[in-house]
Design a protein around this ligand. Structure first.
Ligand SMILES: Cc1cc2nc3c(=O)[nH]c(=O)nc-3n(C[C@H](O)[C@H](O)[C@H](O)COP(=O)(O)OP(=O)(O)OC[C@H]3O[C@@H](n4cnc5c(N)ncnc54)[C@H](O)[C@@H]3O)c2cc1C
Ligand SMILES: NC(=O)c1ccc[n+]([C@@H]2O[C@H](COP(=O)([O-])OP(=O)(O)OC[C@H]3O[C@@H](n4cnc5c(N)ncnc54)[C@H](O)[C@@H]3O)[C@@H](O)[C@H]2O)c1
Length: 475
């Protein structure tokens, strides 16, 4: 079999696509992707979901405004127009990116097919094209898992990959799962007027969040759509244009739900199993992720393999685009500077769920901090500051938003921050900055102005209410 040799082969055109810098202009690069060019975030993930989440926020403003003396009526939601606007933009970007790689860069070859390893630095595509490369980057991402139950292949059963392309807004939606994807789509569909039932195996929703966030979000969600905890999906069968979904309770009971569509959002698994990694001898973590060292080098029998890197959802447990981007920047440097490797920094990985109300997090939950307290010598202190205690919170008549901080009284450092409420994803950013740069609580609270009466005052007040005051020059 004829083998084509490349200096660099990249598996996955999501975060992997950003690795082709001018450094490679006079070198041969292969980029291989068996799916839609641009990967998850662009085509079926972060970007289109937020392009639905924002109009959903606008649609739900009508209810919010009523409490403030403004009568707004939600007219019609033009789902099809929205869908066409969103994907008109996204598909063009994906297509443009693919064309640029395929047609405009002489040194880059795009293989639009799946690939697997045949040796440590050897690959073969589904059509049998053999590739060898000096360096290889595995950026193959993750995919939605589907439970193995009767009816799971019916066209009315969706994952996040397909649900955003529905021809019409469904009247009734059954959402299975209690994580990020479920929380975001439940908010979108319920804001647009669909009847949403969300079932989750465990209680509460968003169970990896700080316990107070999970508890309060579960209550907030239940006030907006129908939340049923302790249920799983048992089977689905067609019923006219919709389906009858049988759900199974933790106690053994069953119920049948009539719905137009089912959205399965029960987690994602790394695509490592598509790559025949055992042939190349590379190590996997227990959950199927590719094992890497701090420099993102793939491990082989516990040792970093020379010139083989992995990044993003295929190797990290976070499954977040900003983490994949960070790791891609590290890999980009390490590919070009083998004599001067950099490491990834996973100390303070933040996340936000663009549901209603919004949720954001960085650092430790209270439970994690208490668990680590003895080992690390933390004197754990926490505070909860309601949005409603600040001037802007009054303006909003907010009754659900809050900031929870977790800190170490001994060192005066923040350990974690958890926000639920309006623009939580923005309010969290100064706290991410404080953690990342080691800014102590007292300096952060009093070493700068906080604009009055902005919503950010809720962060200032939360910092002050921790009762940590060790700045000798505090005014
Ligand atoms: C609905 C949804 C919403 C999300 N929202 C957010 C958000 O708001 N913020 C956030 O930070 N993250 C979000 N994420 C997560 C984010 O999308 C991912 O963490 C990120 O896209 C992962 O990037 P990646 O480069 O690792 O993989 P991907 O972008 O998935 O790229 C992997 C590529 O590899 C290809 N591939 C896989 N196996 C093979 C093979 N054997 N051969 C050839 N090609 C292969 C795939 O076709 C794919 O194109 C969301 C995810 C989903 C599903
Ligand atoms: N805003 C964001 O950053 C964002 C948005 C969407 C997705 N993502 C990423 O995508 C990843 C995947 O999201 P996800 O929501 O699919 O997974 P997840 O792991 O966050 O949540 C899966 C949920 O499904 C439940 N579940 C599992 N099996 C079940 C079953 N058989 N029946 C009922 N419930 C069941 C689990 O209890 C859990 O609540 C996330 O980890 C996240 O990192 C990020």
């Amino acid at each position: 079999m004829a083998v084509t040799y490349y200096d660099l082969a990249i598996i996955g055109s999501g975060s992997g696509n950003s690795l082709i810098t001018p450094f490679w202009d006079n070198r041969k690069v292969a980029i291989i992707d068996g799916g839609t060019f641009g990967g998850t975030c662009l085509n079926v993930g972060c970007i289109p979901t937020k392009m639905y989440a924002y109009p959903a926020q606008l649609a739900s403003a009508a209810k919010e405004a009523a409490g403030l003396g403004v009568e707004l009526t939600l007219g019609k939601v033009h789902w099809r127009d929205m869908r066409d606007r969103i994907f008109g933009r996204i598909d063009a970007i994906s297509d443009g990116g693919r064309r640029y790689r395929e047609e405009e860069l002489d040194n880059v070859t795009l293989y639009p097919e799946r690939v697997r390893f045949t040796g440590p630095k050897a690959l073969v595509t589904d059509s049998g094209q053999a590739i060898e490369a000096g360096q290889i980057v595995i950026a193959a991402g993750s995919r939605a898992v589907l439970p193995d139950i009767p009816g799971i292949d019916l066209p009315q059963v969706h994952t996040s990959d397909t649900v955003m392309r529905l021809p019409d807004l469904p009247d009734r939606v059954l959402i299975v799962g209690g994580g990020f994807v479920a929380a975001e789509f439940a908010a979108v569909f319920s804001s647009f007027g669909s009847q949403v039932i969300q079932i989750n195996r465990s209680a509460p929703l968003l169970k990896s969040a700080d316990a107070l966030v999970s508890e309060r979000f579960t209550a907030a969600a239940a006030s907006r759509w129908d939340v049923r905890l302790g249920w799983t999906l048992a089977s689905v069968r067609e019923d006219g244009t919709g389906v009858k979904a049988v759900i199974q309770g933790a106690e053994g009971g069953q119920e049948t739900i009539e719905t137009d569509i089912v959205l399965v959002a029960t987690g994602r698994v790394p695509n490592s199993d598509t790559l025949d990694l055992q042939t190349a001898g590379y190590d996997l973590e227990a959950d199927g992720r590719i094992a890497v060292d701090k420099c993102q080098r793939v491990l082989r029998q516990g040792e970093p393999a020379d010139g083989v890197f992995a990044l993003g959802d295929v190797s990290n447990p976070y499954q977040l685009k900003h983490v994949a981007n960070h790791e891609a920047r590290v890999v980009m440097h390490n590919l070009e500077h083998p004599e001067d490797f950099r490491s990834s920094d996973h100390r303070f990985v933040p996340s936000a769920v663009f549901t209603q109300p919004q949720i954001a997090r960085v650092g430790l939950t209270e439970a994690e901090a208490r668990q680590e307290a003895e080992l690390k010598g933390y004197d754990v202190v926490t505070t909860v500051q309601e949005y409603g205690t600040t001037a802007y919170g009054w303006a909003m008549e907010d009754s659900t938003g809050f900031v929870k901080l977790v800190a170490d009284r001994r060192s005066g450092q923040l350990l974690g921050a958890h926000i639920m409420g309006h623009e939580a994803s923005l309010l969290i950013q100064p706290l991410i900055q404080a953690l990342s740069f080691g800014l102590d609580v007292a300096s952060m609270a009093r070493g700068q102005y906080w604009i009055h009466p902005a919503l950010a005052e809720v962060v200032e007040n939360a910092l002050l209410s921790l009762g940590i005051d060790d700045r000798p020059d505090r005014a």
